[in-house]
Design a protein around this ligand. Structure first.
Ligand SMILES: [Fe+2]
Length: 471
């Protein structure tokens, strides 16, 4: 799709050129070596607004990539995967190996376990939705690319606009029931290579529970948090769950919501918000023939919905030891306004103590644990927002403007719960299971902003909620 030929003049520190009518932008940075805090804040704001940001020919190396990423928040790392005699091809543990290079430097055999594992990443997904604490941003940078015309592009889907354009009946269903989606990496691995993983049973793995429709704090818009890791939806029968899951995934990945990003040269980097988009890696004739070396940093979500509805107290799930400290996190408090001490960060990460899986943790299937691009489990932070506070945060976030992603929610913000309880919904009634969550203030806020688009003016949640209820 041709780029949208204008510049978003609401940005002054960086140049922002929208790429698609509803999402995506190319950002030109004056000097990556002298990126001040205001510029970093603008990049974050652009990502909040556009969902994904393309940076061409950055000139960044591994260190610069990791250094910039730390300024966006705490980073996940791959220390837990460097086991046995496996050696990392590069220095920084914050970099996930998203290419097709084997540990020994050769081109990955398309028939290898790792290649089969990576096929799940060719399905639209959102990074880390299978984690109890999910990811906010992912930053993927090209180090080496296959010849042009041999494939390997990256595609994005606009899950916020897709929500706005859902059929009214389905939208109301989502608002009314405020469903919880259950995610596991095993689901996408099996879907990506069903024959290879025919004996893999996703139900044997712990599920990460996240709301299906939720407010994206950085924009105040509603996002559909779906994708290939989504296994089922709580409160529905198996048939209903599969139907809704597949309907939503099919809806959000229609061509009109998809942008294809073609890598042009090493140094190109794309940053996306996993809470506002889906993405997938495209295969091609390069597979097994040409090197495609891409490396990714993954930022831990810090929003009110970061932990979803997952129990973080005394629970040990696959790949987690929830009582363990985040590797090095106590000494790392990156914020958009504070440059992170990168040298100290990388050293600290390398020296961080090993996390030891709890004895009760189910043994991961080797085929899953070798996954790389979407590499599995994040290490949870030591603190978790209480549910009540999270609800309040979401209420406050929903009132944010596109250009004000860093507001501080007010704990006293009232939730207009009555708007939901009086809502008339003329859709097929569903019967949530007894364990299904009761409607909360979040329902109301989703209703309040459910028609908000990229260019829509901000609206007062309560008033819009009433209009939605009356429609
Ligand atoms: Fe991914």
């Amino acid at each position: 799709m041709a780029g949208v030929l204008y510049i978003d003049t609401s940005f002054t520190k960086v140049t922002v050129k929208p790429l698609h009518p509803t999402f995506g932008a190319e950002i030109q940075v004056q000097d990556w070596n002298n990126l001040d805090d205001d510029a970093v804040r603008e990049i974050t704001r652009a990502a909040n607004k556009y969902g994904f940001c393309v940076f061409r020919n950055t000139g960044l190396d591994d260190k610069g990539h990791v250094e910039f990423s730390w300024r966006l928040g705490e980073l996940d790392n791959i220390k837990r995967f460097i086991t046995g005699d496996r050696k990392l091809r590069y220095e920084y543990l914050e970099l996930f190996d998203a290419g097709n290079i084997a540990d020994d430097g050769s081109i990955l055999d398309p028939n290898s376990t790792r290649a089969h594992t990576n096929r799940g990443n060719q399905l639209f997904h959102t990074d880390s939705s299978y984690n109890f604490r999910r990811a906010s941003f992912s930053l993927l940078r090209a180090v080496e690319l296959p010849p042009k015309g041999t494939g390997g592009s990256t595609e994005f889907a606009d899950t916020r606009t897709a929500f706005v354009e859902l059929p009214d009946s389905l939208k109301k269903d989502l608002v009314k029931n405020n469903y919880v989606g259950c995610h596991t990496l095993a689901q996408s691995r099996k879907l990506g290579s069903p024959e290879y993983f025919k004996d893999l049973d996703p139900t044997k793995f712990p599920f990460a529970r996240h709301r299906l429709a939720q407010i994206h704090e950085g924009s105040g818009r509603v996002n559909l948090y779906v994708g290939a890791h989504l296994h089922h939806i709580e409160g529905l029968s198996d048939d209903e769950s599969v139907k809704l899951r597949d309907t939503l995934n099919k809806h959000v990945t229609q061509p009109k919501y998809v942008y294809t990003f073609d890598w042009e040269q090493p140094g190109d980097m794309v940053m996306w918000d996993n809470r506002a988009t889906l993405h997938r890696a495209m295969s091609g004739s390069f597979a097994g023939k040409y090197r495609r070396d891409l490396r990714r940093t993954t930022v831990h979500d810090e929003s009110a919905n970061a932990w979803g509805l997952n129990d973080t107290e005394g629970v040990t799930a696959l790949g987690y030891q929830l009582s363990a400290k985040t590797l090095g996190a106590p000494k790392m408090t990156p914020a958009t306004s504070t440059p992170a001490p990168v040298a100290a960060v990388s050293a600290e990460t390398r020296d961080a103590p090993e996390t030891t899986p709890d004895a009760s943790t189910p043994a991961p299937a080797p085929v899953v644990s070798t996954e790389t691009i979407d590499a599995p489990e994040t290490t949870p932070a030591t603190s978790t927002p209480a549910p009540a506070a999270a609800a309040v945060d979401v209420v406050a976030a929903s009132t944010e403007t596109f250009d004000a992603p860093e507001t501080t929610p007010e704990a006293s913000t009232p939730a207009p719960v009555a708007a939901v309880s009086t809502e008339t919904v003329d859709v097929k009634e569903t019967t949530p299971a007894a364990s299904a969550p009761a409607p909360t203030a979040v329902d109301v806020e989703i209703a309040a902003v459910c028609d908000k688009t990229l260019d829509a003016p901000d609206t007062a949640p309560a008033a819009v909620g009433i209009s939605v209820a009356a429609s």
